[in-house]
Design a protein around this ligand. Sequence first.
Ligand code: X8Z
Ligand code: ZN
Length: 404
Amino acid sequence: VQALDYNDYFSYQVSDYGMSREEMLALCEQLIQDIWPLYRELHTYARYELATKYEQEVPEMLPAHWLPNRWGQSWSSMVEVEGIDLDAILEKKGPEWLVKQAELFYVSMGFEPLPQSFYDKSSLYPLPEEADYKKNNHASAWHMDLQQDVRSLMSVTPNARWYETTHHELGHIYYYMEYTNPDVPPLLRGGANRAFHEGVGSQMGLAAMQKPFLEGLGLIDEGVETDDMQVLLKEALDMVVVMPWGSGVMTQFENSLYAESLPMDQYNKKWWELKKKYQGIVPPTERGEEYCDAASKTHINNDPAQYYDYSLSTVILFQLHNHIAENILKQDPRATNYFGSKEAGEFLQGILSKGATEDWRVLMKENTGEEISAKAMLKYFEPLMSYLQEQNEGREHTLGDKPM
Ligand code: X8Z
Ligand code: ZN
């Protein structure tokens, strides 16, 4: 990339956004700062709740092995919401149902059915035990020829996590299908930026988890009593928790690696410094330089210098979701049902069908009237903040008022 006049690979990847490396780092820091008060409450809440669960003293920082995800990027399975046991219900449906259902959701909003070749050429389910080859189980979606050949690699297992992931991957697939049109030249068949590409399917995944949608689908009983605050908490443990991870740890590590020549004998030191600073997470035991824990994350070794895509996509998806809920569906953003809404479909298609032909900042402004910002996300989680403050009354916060 230096031959193309980029200083380093990180700057090259950031250029997809029409931004400099410094601008991207500043945006990432800003977004972390914006959600930090909420993250800090979640961190305190998790320390105390998990200490009770494991009958241990409350630690200053979260031990990585206490968390339900090995990178601490999603803590949502810490919380079970009574009345919504998706894992149990989905297990009975089987994996094929999850993919078909996600497709049906998009189709209900006016998107085309997936081409038969998608089903013929994708690899959607775990390999049978007797298979004589291995498969990468991290989900991905591919636009093979920048035309109609769209495929996905997944290992769909009938549970809540794959239910969300299936919607996520189909978001990529529908983006491919929408910008494959005569107004978008092949070179511009990409997302408005990569975060938009990551955001669409996650937005549909969020919508597909909300109670009115689940009721409409018959996955939970109509009118079943649920604790809405627990639902919100569960969502925040995923979508707020990803921010310091995505915009902090991953972004800072790869920036050091690619743009600041991080010495090879400091990889693990740097990694755990960042984990502590941004996530307030510490390793179970000393992790020396004989390990490279960063490389356990697929994006570090297989999708370099672009992980901020996911945290930015989370911010953007709340902007799009709140807009659809408030202005199109006239529903509470925390309890929507997009199913069958052609109007919401048209709104999304308007964004997707442009591909990368328009600057993403202009596209965002035109469609939501907003710049990229964490405001929509914070508004969504507003009720949770006061709930957490109550729960954490008398508890000690160990994170400062900004990442330290
Ligand atoms: O890598 C992914 C997608 C790839 S298309 C499945 N995600 C990030 C991750 O797993 O770390 C989605 C959420 C964040
Ligand atoms: Zn993705």
